[in-house]
Design a protein around this ligand. Structure first.
Ligand code: SF4
Length: 372
């Protein structure tokens, strides 16, 4: 790791961010990459691998809680096609990157963005809005399309040679692939992907968590990534059950336990683990219903043809407080249901319409999505 980086590159692990870092390194700058992690994107585990194969100085920072807070308050600039709040996401990450830049005494920031590559968040007016709201105007360089953009302080001061920056634009990847070959980058990440908020299958899980848990936090969204997800509703109360699909899920569920969660598993038979979020506060009949539902995913329990023993434990350690329930495995769709994307989408769109109506009545500051 270089002691005093000149410039901090926001590093997603995608090809564009790799190239942005390499282009700046080629100018002799001390470059440090920062990789942000949330339940929705980012991977701390990948960082050592990237360091090794790309030879870059990369640090990671977890911003999951700030991201969850932004979702709870609803992104000011709305969601994209699914549940991706791209403009607010970029503003948040740039703000965090600026704080990091200041803390290490670097002189500027850079991203791998290319003008016109994404419909909403990489339009010229949106790039400008993002820079303004993140407080990075003049200190944010986009080396892959800099020739199309105003001169930054780093170019003015001579730290960065503008003539060696690029003029990419649009959605094609040909220029990037040619540049990768020129720079000796042979490990090319697959395009797109990486952000679960753009995937309907994940968004329907996240939205349910966001709307049914008053203080949904990064640990809740992390749990939403695991296994099968079910909800049961009784009046104003909502009960969340996650059932592992395989042993890897089971391990992750056990690791995701919070102090008031209950972990359910068959006492005598092999089968999935299930995590009842805040299950220590659930009424007994709901826990029994959850145990019966979870047991229905264990073929051996179903084959037993009668009641099976399920152990419910509060706490991560095997010796923590536990009790047992005898339940008959059964899958009652009405009792434990999953949210459907079409229903979630309708609610997200209804919220967007309300926001637009509030804008028209002067109560809401319009964002770029409102104009589309
Ligand atoms: S796709 Fe995901 S990670 Fe990328 S800007 Fe949008 S919300 Fe952020």
């Amino acid at each position: 790791m270089s002691n005093q980086p000149d410039i901090i590159v926001l590093f997603s692990g995608g090809l564009d961010s790799i190239l942005a870092a390499k282009v700046l390194e080629q100018q002799g700058l001390a470059v440090r990459c920062i990789h942000f992690i949330t339940p929705f994107f980012g991977s701390a585990k990948a960082v050592p691998y990237w360091r090794k194969i790309y030879g870059l100085d990369i640090v990671s920072q977890d911003v999951g809680e700030e991201f969850a807070q932004m979702l709870r308050q609803r992104p000011e600039h709305g969601f994209g096609k699914v549940m991706n709040p791209c403009v607010d996401c970029k503003i948040l990450l740039l703000r965090k990157a600026r704080l990091y830049m200041e803390s290490v005494g670097a002189k500027g920031l850079a991203t791998g963005e290319v003008l016109g590559q994404r419909p909403m968040s990489q339009r010229r007016d949106t790039l400008h809005l993002i820079m303004r709201d993140a407080g990075v105007s003049g200190i944010l360089l986009r080396p892959l399309c800099a020739a199309h953009l105003p001169v930054t302080q780093m170019e003015e001061s001579g730290l960065v040679d503008r003539t060696r920056l690029l003029s990419f634009s649009g959605r094609g990847r040909r220029d990037q692939l040619d540049l990768a070959a020129e720079l000796g980058v042979t490990e090319i990440p697959t395009p797109g992907g990486g952000c679960r908020l753009t995937e309907k299958e994940n968004a329907r899980r996240y939205w349910t968590v966001l709307t049914l848990l008053p203080q949904a936090g990064d640990r809740d969204f992390t749990l939403a990534n695991l296994g099968r997800q079910f909800w049961h509703h009784e009046g104003e109360n909502h009960y969340w059950l996650c059932i592992g699909r395989n042993s890897a899920d089971n391990d992750k569920l056990a690791a995701a336990m919070q102090p008031d969660d209950m972990l359910l598993r068959l006492r005598d038979l092999a089968g999935p683990m299930a995590l009842a979020r805040s299950g220590a506060d659930w009424p007994r009949h709901v826990l029994e219903s959850a145990a019966a539902h979870a047991a229905s995913y264990a073929p051996k329990a179903v084959a037993a043809g009668g009641p099976v023993a399920v152990r419910a434990r509060q706490g991560q350690a095997e010796g923590d407080a536990a009790f047992e329930m005898d339940v008959t495995p059964q899958r009652v769709g009405e009792a434990w249901g999953e949210a459907l994307w079409d229903d979630v989408k309708a609610v997200i769109r209804a919220e967007a319409r309300e926001r637009l109506a509030a804008t028209l009545h002067g109560k809401h500051k319009p964002g770029p999505e409102d104009a589309e």
